[in-house]
Design a protein around this ligand. Structure first.
Ligand code: 5AD
Ligand code: SF4
Length: 453
């Protein structure tokens, strides 16, 4: 007998229902990496990414808690999502990252429209939590689980960009008096070297040519290797042996963890790029002590001299806080003096923000807001002029550029110099992942213009 319903026999057995996920990422590169991994985990559940919150089935905010402004942005954004949820009650809203970790249930109390809350250490459980939400539950998970989340995440797919982030270390044991990271991200934990090398090899097989190693304290890396504990320098040297991987970077570092072997690697490992983000926060020893930084301004400057002796063309960037409680005009002038002495290619400058639960938040000697504001403006004038000088000094020089994507103009491509500067080049036959020698012919505040050699 013939099949009575041939047309159904030809239909696919189970077509997965595709749902749309919109992720908005706040804060540091570690959150950018985490957002990518969350998107991949949700991809395995049938979620595809969308740039538009309006068409999403789920909106996930991957949040930052470092300063009050960053944390408040999350509540502001949740308020903006309310009309979307009113229009589409099936829309699911999740909060991930450091605000989730720090505030947990409190988020749902303040914003009942939130369906799930997942901390930075638990996001491998996101797919299961999304399923629980489908069943009407409102899960909150801010545990620091014993299992390694990276081992429970799907393998990384083909990368769209030739440059990738790779988290090697998380957490911080430094307890700077102003900072929430030791509380939100927990104690320092390093991933085993073999797992990092495995992830790096797969990224390279999929077209990645530059890897930026990430960690809240990346140079405190002390992961297990086949023969004991590895330092970051050892890891960098092992990564440098991977054929097809051309560039290695790492961020963000603490001065006290700049060990001799890492400084040496800056001198003799050509794949380690000559750009280093090394925050100092203040140039005043009194304030550094109050911040619990455990180093002096002179020690920091001596360290910079040693790294520059190993790699003379090194470009430095740093983080600075002005208006830390008790900071006097004289303290601030010492910060200005340190910046003049060091000379930064880029700088991230912040007004101190009191964070609940940190020792500095207990202090009663706050700097008036307008004083902090005025100091911030002066410091920014100086750091912007140094950044401009670093850009201008590139004109006439030759450098290597890793091309990432086409620019806005016909034939134009955008890439990065060794020093992490954006370079615009017009040229035939350029493609993402190509490395080429370029002569710099023009400089703007945030980008360079180059010609193929
Ligand atoms: N207030 C202002 N800036 C802060 N940072 C960290 N905590 C605070 C705070 N409470 C800055 C530091 C750090 C960078 C990531 O953010 O400069 O290096
Ligand atoms: Fe925060 Fe200091 Fe740790 Fe950096 S080193 S994450 S500023 S506590």
């Amino acid at each position: 007998m013939s099949d009575p319903k041939p047309e159904t026999a030809a239909a696919p057995a189970a077509v997965p229902v595709l749902k749309k996920l919109h992720i908005k990422t706040y804060g540091c590169q570690m959150n950018v990496y985490d957002s990518e991994r969350m998107a991949e985990a949700m991809g395995a559940e049938g979620y595809v990414l969308t740039d538009l919150a309006e068409e999403a089935d789920m909106v996930l905010l991957n949040t930052c808690h470092i300063r009050e402004k960053a944390a408040e942005k999350v509540y502001h954004e949740l308020g903006r999502l309310r009309p979307l949820k009113d229009a589409n009650p099936d829309l699911k809203i999740g909060v991930a990252g450091c605000v989730a970790q720090a505030e947990g249930q409190e988020i749902r109390r303040r914003m009942p429209l939130v369906d799930l809350v997942v901390g930075s250490q638990s996001y491998h459980k996101l797919p299961a939590m999304a399923r629980a939400v489908e069943q009407g539950k409102k899960p909150v998970d801010t545990d620091f689980p014993v299992e390694d989340k990276f081992e429970h995440l799907p393998e990384r797919p083909v990368q769209a960009r030739p440059s990738a982030f790779l988290t090697v270390q998380e957490g911080c044991d430094k307890f700077c008096a102003f900072c929430v990271v030791p509380y939100t991200r927990g104690a320092e934990v390093s991933r085993p070297a073999a797992r990092i090398l495995g992830e790096a090899r797969k990224l390279v097989e999929k077209g990645v040519r530059e890897i930026t190693l990430l960690g809240q304290n990346v140079n405190a890396y002390h992961g297990e290797g086949e023969d004991g504990t590895w330092s970051l320098a050892r890891l960098v040297r092992a990564l440098a042996k991977i054929e097809g991987l051309d560039r290695i970077r790492y961020t963000t570092s603490h001065p006290n963890d700049m060990e001799d072997d890492l400084i040496a690697a800056h001198g003799d490992e050509p794949k380690l790029m000559p750009y280093l983000h090394l925050p100092v926060q203040s140039g005043s020893d009194r304030i550094l002590k109050a911040m619990n930084r455990k180093h002096t301004a002179a020690e920091y400057i001596r360290l910079i001299e040693r790294i520059r002796a190993a790699r003379p063309d090194l470009v430095l960037s740093g983080d600075f806080i002005v208006g830390f409680p008790g900071e006097t005009d004289a303290d601030f002038e010492e910060t200005m003096e340190l910046v003049r002495k060091v000379g930064y290619g880029a700088a991230y400058t912040f007004k101190y923000s009191a964070r609940p639960g940190t020792p500095a938040a207990e202090r009663k000697d706050a700097v008036p807001a307008e004083v902090a504001e005025a100091r911030l403006r002066r410091l920014q004038e100086l750091t912007i002029s140094q950044q401009r000088a670093t850009q201008d000094a590139m004109v006439g020089r030759e450098c290597t550029v890793l091309f990432e994507k086409p620019g806005r103009w016909e034939g134009q491509w955008i890439g990065k110099s060794d020093y992490l500067q954006a370079v615009f080049v017009k040229g035939e036959g350029l493609a993402p992942g190509m490395l080429a020698r370029v002569r710099i012919v023009g400089a703007g505040p945030n980008s360079l213009e180059g010609e193929l050699i």
